[in-house]
Each structure stands twice: as structure tokens, then as C-alpha cells.
Design a protein around this ligand. Structure first.
Ligand code: K7E
Ligand code: CUA
Ligand code: CA
Length: 644
């Protein structure tokens, strides 16, 4: 721990005694993090302290009630990552009700994701037609922007295990594309850009930036030379979902942030050491926040100043320290941040990126104009862009914003959220020791990771609700065996004091999430027949078509019947079954299951799906509707006869 920093960062408010040991904890490093996470507050410990801040009522009205009347709709959507469940969850807020889960990276039995040909095409298959991957680990969800606010087109989510980026269409709330990033492992942070750095007419998202955590050998010759392992920062085209370019960097990537003017993207780095073991990864006192000059990178790609790696055709530019010493031509700027930082978040006024210290008790505020000044040669050192580095508490991870100048940072080890004023922190850092930057603290249950506020990462941050993703729920819910849910908590931040209002158990394990006004999306109530070019548009087009051993079965559904009451194929046929749901009524979904053939999927109104299988078992198979649709739902069947 840097003693100089410690003294400079003496907290201006009282009640910090318990946090005095933070310097030793930081020195104890990762072991300290792990142990403290589990031992600081044993499950039997009373949680009375938690309600202390809430006991003081907020002045004014507060953000509103979290208890909706039956039939009343939520005013915000929340998009939550599903962690290693590999899905995206859609919540209504402030009630916290889970509305649906959108399967992305892993199969889902409800809708037939990973069963239908259409979903398999999105997920990716091996040459034999089976799924390439069935596991994933999604952490971060972000949505497309226009003029600094969400525009309701797309959301993206990462898969850390297999370095994949999935896109969700926000009209149908379905995953429509998945891209696997080349040359990297441990793809973690994502963030869409908010406008083009050069063309003012492009005031919306056209790029998604992806940070990769793990160092890997870029050539098989380097397998046994960890010192040669590298990571890359990637840019994916928001529309085509193709890779645009990558940047070879020193150190690693973690979380990602983008500026409102489109000029800068950044990633926090916790492993500037390039260590292969955690002890090595925490040997430096300061790591970095690495800035990317988007316009210059794209100019370099255009000018052919790139190489490619292995089989990948993606242009890779050189963003290493050595290649970028002249600010006036640099593609990258390394701003130092203590110590193994986690999280980089853009303040809604467009001025600052904030990095949380994780192993340092500090939040670092970096002024973006000063980073641009460094790129213009007007600032001697990139570190001069740091305008505050203030003590927040133990284990700071992520920061959300209320649009009134305050940040809300999770303190993993303290099990708290700290509300702090950014301008006051800047004054304090500049030497005004009377500047009280910490506004409030609230205990959360327990060990919070991500935090986000309603509209937080947009120009329309409204400072009403704050959700906190707590990694441990311990004693907060009825025990259901050794696996505990996570605890997503909701806090009213409309007043001076934060007020904890609700606990929600969630199936493991969301990391990040966004919360936005419901008006910002325009979900479609039904599909369009023309969405699929194999749609069976009329029941009269139903039937069995044979082409050698390949058989196509076309049918439609209209409650309470399928257009084919029976169909015949022969043992050994490769059967492709196409089903269009001709019901137009909103909410009238049908299912289609074939016993013993591992087939089940749903078709929403006007939607078409298909499955392909080998009819390897002769006999009679009652295909039936699995999704309750009608008083005669149980009677809604078709008979598949497989002739021996
Ligand atoms: Cu969980 Cu965003 Cu992967 Cu922090 S990360 S907590
Ligand atoms: Cu159709 Cu149930
Ligand atoms: Ca480090």
C-alpha cells in the first residue's frame, strides 16, 4: 500500500474506524478479499445495523412505491445478466418482478433454444450439427444509444468462458446474433459507443467494445513462455456483428466504458504486471485505466498500419506503451490507477470516468477533456488527467450515478454502498480538506458487486432507484439447501439519504444490469409471417415432401389444432419439420413436442420454427402442444408415424 496515498486520502467524515484496517487488508491482497468476503459477517450475525440509515425517512415523496397493485405495470425495465446460467433476464422495476429470461449462449427448454434450427444457427454448430458450446458465463449487459440515451434497438451481453458477444433485438427480446472473438480469452467488459468520433451525423451506437482479461499466447511457440502472453481490446460492428479491429495492449482488460462524444473508450487494467499467478498480478502498487483513441485507431487501420494474428483476418493495431510514446500520434493512453482496479464508469455529465480501486480503498476520477488534451500534446503526463483519488471504503468495485453529481460505489468488503459527491471529491483532492465528499453510506446484504441506478449510464440519469447485486445472501431468504440465491436489493436514492427498500432472491448469478424507462423500448406484440423465409403461410401448404431420404414436413398451428392431424415418414429419413403459428392473437403461443425424439419448442403468434432430426425409431409418436393455449390444449396433437 502506498503510504503517501493513505495519508492524502484520510476520509473527511466520521465513522471510519472500522475501515482503518483497510490498508492491511489491501496489503493482504486477494487472500484477504476472499477470506473477508466470507468471514466478516457470519450468517448468524444480526443485521440490525442494516436498517439504521433507512430509519431516517427521506424528505419529500421518495421515488415511489415498490408494491404495485395487481394489474399495475412497472415504470422501468431492467436487463440483468444471467451469469453462468448464460441468459439475459428481463425484470420490471421497481417491483423487481422477473418477466422473462432470454436464452443466448446456452440451450433453454422453455422456448427450444438450442433445439430449433434457427436458434442453433445463432448459437453456432459443429460440422455434425451439434451445438459448438453449451456453457457460458455472462456478466455484462448494455444497450444501444442514440443522443446519449437508450434507443431501444439492441442490447449486448458477454460470455466470458468462450469469448462470445451476443446481441438481443429489443423489439422481440430475442438473441439474433452471436460473435466469437478471435485471439482472446476471458472476454469480460463490454460497452457500446454512444456516437461516432468523427461523423456528427452518426449520433447512435455503431460499435461495441470488448475487453479480454486473460493473457494468452498469440503463437503456439509461446505456450511455455507466459511472459509473452498478451491480451487484446476488440471492436465489433454493432450492425453486422463482425469484428472491426483489435488493439494489442500491455497489461490486460477488465471492464469497459465509452465517452459520450464517441472519441474515447477505456478499460480498467488489474494485471499490468502480466502475471500468470495472482500474487504476480498484485505486485504493482498501481495498475491502469487504458484509453483508446477511436478515431486514430480507425485511421491507422485504414492506412494499413496493422497486422493479423494466426488464421484471423481481423486487423490488429499496436497499442503497447512502447509504440505509443508520442502523444500526438498515440492510439492509446495509460493512466495509472491503484491497485487491481475493478470497474470503470462514465459519469452522465460526460466529463469523467471513475475507476474503483478494489484492493485500494479509493475511487479515481479521470477527466476526459484532460485525456484528450494529452492526446493533443497539451498535457505532459497522462496521469495529470486524474482529478481525484479519494478514499471510499474497503473493496470498491462499481459506480452508478444519479444525475445530480453523485456517485454510488459498492464496497465489497464493507458490504456497503457509499454515496459520494464527485465535485467535492475533486475539491478535496485539490487540497480543500473541508470538502465533504462522502454523503451517505448504507449497509447492504452482503458483499455487493455491481450497482446501477435508473438511467444511470445515460444523459437522462434520473436518480430514483439504485439496484445492488449482492454476491452473498446468507441469512436473507429461506434456506433451500447449500446453494444460496444472490440478493438483488433495491434502494431509493431520490433523497439525501439512501433507503433500502427490498430484497429479491435471484438465481445465480447476475453480475451487471441496466435499468431504463419503459418508454424507451417498443416491443412488438406478435411476429410477422415474413420474418421467416420458410413460413407456412396457409394451412393448405401443409404436407410431407420427399426428396430421397430427405423429408420436409410443413404444418401450421391454429388453436386447438395442428394443420396435419398425422404425417408419415420412413425409418432412416432426415426429417425437417417446419411449423408456423398462424394464430394472430397476442399471447397465443403453441408448443410442439415429439416424444422420444428430444424435440420441444414453441411458436409465438405468426412465428415460424423448424427442427431437423433422423427418424431412427419406428412407431407412433404423439406430437403435442406443450404450451397451454386453449380449452382443448390437451387435445391439440398430431400423430407422427415412422414406418419401419
Ligand atoms: Cu462481476 Cu462486472 Cu464480471 Cu464486477 S464483474 S462484480
Ligand atoms: Cu396449442 Cu396448447
Ligand atoms: Ca495488478
Amino acid at each position: 500500500m502506498d503510504v503517501g496515498v493513505k495519508n492524502k486520502l484520510a476520509a473527511p467524515e466520521t465513522g471510519m474506524a472500522r475501515r482503518r484496517f483497510l490498508n492491511t487488508a489491501a496489503a493482504a491482497g486477494l487472500a484477504g478479499v476472499g477470506m473477508a468476503a466470507c468471514s466478516e459477517k457470519p450468517a448468524s450475525a444480526p443485521v440490525a445495523k442494516a436498517s439504521a440509515p433507512s430509519a431516517q425517512p427521506n424528505p419529500g415523496e421518495g421515488a415511489g412505491s415498490i408494491h404495485l397493485k395487481p394489474g399495475e405495470l412497472d415504470t422501468y425495465y431492467g436487463l440483468w445478466s444471467g451469469g453462468h446460467s448464460g441468459d439475459m433476464r428481463v425484470l420490471g422495476l421497481p417491483s423487481g418482478r422477473e418477466i422473462t429470461r432470454i436464452p443466448c449462449f446456452v440451450p433453454d427448454a422453455l422456448v427450444g433454444w438450442g433445439i430449433t434450427n434457427e436458434s442453433k444457427k445463432v448459437m453456432g454448430t459443429k460440422p455434425d450439427g451439434s451445438l459448438k458450446y453449451t456453457v457460458a458465463d455472462s456478466h455484462h449487459v448494455h444497450a444501444s444509444y442514440k443522443d446519449g440515451n437508450y434507443d431501444g434497438r439492441y442490447a449486448w451481453i458477454n460470455d466470458k468462458i468462450n469469448s462470445r458477444l451476443a446481441r438481443i433485438r429489443l423489439d422481440y427480446f430475442v438473441c439474433d446474433k452471436i460473435t466469437e472473438l478471435p485471439n482472446v480469452q476471458g472476454f469480460h467488459g463490454i460497452f457500446p459507443d454512444k456516437r461516432d468520433p468523427v461523423d456528427p451525423a452518426i449520433n447512435y451506437t455503431t460499435r461495441v467494445f470488448c475487453g479480454a482479461e486473460f493473457h494468452v499466447p498469440l503463437s503456439l511457440a509461446d505456450i511455455d513462455k507466459p511472459e509473452k502472453y498478451r491480451t487484446l481490446f476488440s471492436c465489433v460492428d454493432a450492425e453486422s456483428m463482425e469484428l472491426r479491429w483489435q488493439v494489442l495492449i500491455d497489461g490486460n482488460c477488465d471492464l469497459t466504458a465509452t465517452s459520450y462524444d464517441g472519441k474515447l473508450a477505456a478499460t480498467n487494467q488489474y494485471n499490468v504486471e502480466g502475471g500468470a499467478k495472482y500474487e504476480d498480478m498484485m505486485s504493482a502498487e498501481r495498475d491502469a485505466c487504458l484509453f483508446f483513441n477511436i478515431a486514430r485507431i480507425e485511421a491507422a487501420v485504414k492506412a494499413g498500419k496493422f497486422k493479423t494474428i494466426g488464421d484471423s483476418k481481423v486487423p490488429v493495431v499496436d497499442g503497447t506503451r512502447e509504440a505509443n510514446t508520442d502523444p500526438k500520434t498515440a492510439l492509446t493512453a495509460y493512466v495509472s490507477v491503484p491497485k487491481n482496479p475493478h470497474g470503470v464508469n462514465a459519469s452522465p455529465d460526460g466529463k469523467y470516468f471513475i475507476c474503483a480501486g478494489k484492493l485500494s480503498p479509493t475511487g479515481t476520477v479521470i477527466e476526459l477533456q484532460k485525456v484528450l488534451d494529452w492526446f493533443d500534446g497539451k498535457l505532459e503526463k497522462a496521469d495529470q488527467a486524474i482529478v481525484a483519488e479519494v478514499e471510499l471504503g474497503l473493496g470498491p468495485l462499481h459506480t452508478a450515478f444519479d444525475g445530480r453529481g453523485n456517485g454510488y460505489t459498492t464496497l465489497f468488503l464493507d458490504s456497503q454502498v457509499v454515496k459520494w459527491n464527485i465535485e467535492a471529491a475533486i475539491k478535496f483532492h485539490a487540497g480543500d480538506k473541508s470538502a465533504k465528499y462522502v454523503v451517505d453510506r448504507v449497509d447492504v446484504q452482503y458483499q455487493p458487486g455491481h450497482v446501477n441506478a435508473s438511467q444511470s449510464e445515460t444523459v437522462a440519469a434520473d436518480g430514483k432507484w439504485l439496484a445492488v447485486g449482492c454476491k452473498f445472501s446468507k441469512d436473507r431468504f429461506l434456506p433451500a439447501g447449500p446453494l444460496h440465491p444472490e440478493n438483488e436489493q433495491l434502494i431509493d436514492i431520490s433523497g439525501e439519504k439512501m433507503v433500502l427498500l427490498a430484497d429479491h432472491p435471484v438465481r445465480g448469478e447476475p453480475h451487471d444490469f441496466i435499468i431504463f424507462k419503459r418508454e424507451l423500448v417498443r416491443p412488438k406484440p406478435v411476429y410477422e409471417l415474413g420474418d421467416s423465409d420458410i413460413a407456412v403461410k396457409d394451412p393448405k401448404d401443409s404436407g410431407v415432401e420427399r426428396n430421397g431420404k430427405k423429408v420436409t414436413v410443413r404444418l401450421t398451428s391454429q388453436a386447438p389444432a395442428f394443420s396435419l392431424r398425422e404425417f408419415r415418414v420412413k425409418k432412416g429419413d432426415e426429417v425437417t419439420l417446419i411449423l408456423t403459428n398462424l394464430d394472430k392473437v397476442e399471447d397465443l403461443t403453441h408448443g410442439f413436442a415429439i416424444p422420444k425424439y428430444n424435440v420441444n419448442f414453441i411458436v409465438n403468434p405468426q412465428e415460424t420454427k423448424s427442427v431437423t432430426f433422423i427418424a431412427d425409431k419406428p412407431g407412433v409418436f404423439w406430437a403435442y402442444c406443450t404450451h397451454f393455449c386453449h380449452a382443448l390444449h390437451l387435445e391439440m396433437r398430431s400423430r407422427m408415424i415412422v414406418e419401419a
